[in-house]
Ligand binder design. Structure first.
Ligand code: RP5
Length: 165
């Protein structure tokens, strides 16, 4: 039985982006739970959630946050589960603020950080982490990559036919 993924975000305003992680988890048949927990507005909930996440049966935590985006780092401080950070694009700084807040962790407390708004990649990375110990899931990931390659090859053939002399 594949472990479940926690998809945590700092605000419901992050949900439109974080939904893309849920789509990927559904694609690979991975169970998940969604929570809104803020490192700053509900820090006690962040500690409680991360401290018990492994015992609750989670295998990976995805944490989406914007601006001074400390959620992933705070969760990582309280768990030995891998934490994947999703920097949310911001109106003021385009998400560079979120990206640097998540990726620049002190040595000893890593947060695996995907690109700005790249929640889909966070879902796929979570699947890959869980597939380390799950051959069926690894096979589904391999089929996904093969389909992606087929799609690119089709586009390549189309462009070659249209533009190459
Ligand atoms: C962060 O502040 C959240 O992750 C969100 O990206 C950002 C803005 O939150 P709201 O003011 O929209 O609730 O904590």
């Amino acid at each position: 039985m594949v472990k479940k993924v926690a998809v945590v975000m700092g605000s419901d305003s992050d949900l439109p982006v974080m939904r893309e992680a849920l789509e990927q988890l559904r694609r690979f048949g991975i169970p998940y739970q969604v929570r809104i927990i803020s490192a700053h507005r509900t820090p006690a909930a962040a500690e409680a959630f991360a401290s018990s996440a492994r015992d609750e049966g989670f295998g990976v935590i995805i944490a989406g946050a914007g601006k001074a985006a400390h959620l992933g780092g705070v969760l990582a401080a309280y768990t030995t589960l891998p934490v994947i950070g999703v920097p949310i694009k911001t109106s003021m700084m385009g998400g560079l603020d979120s990206l640097l807040s998540i990726v620049q962790m002190p040595s000893g407390v890593p947060v695996a950080t995907v690109g700005v708004n790249a929640a889909a990649n966070a879902g796929i990375l979570a699947a890959e982490l869980l597939a380390i110990g799950d051959g069926d899931l690894a096979a589904r990931l391999a089929e996904y990559k093969a389909e992606m390659a087929r799609s690119v090859a089709e586009k390549d053939a189309k462009v070659c036919a249209e533009y190459n002399v």
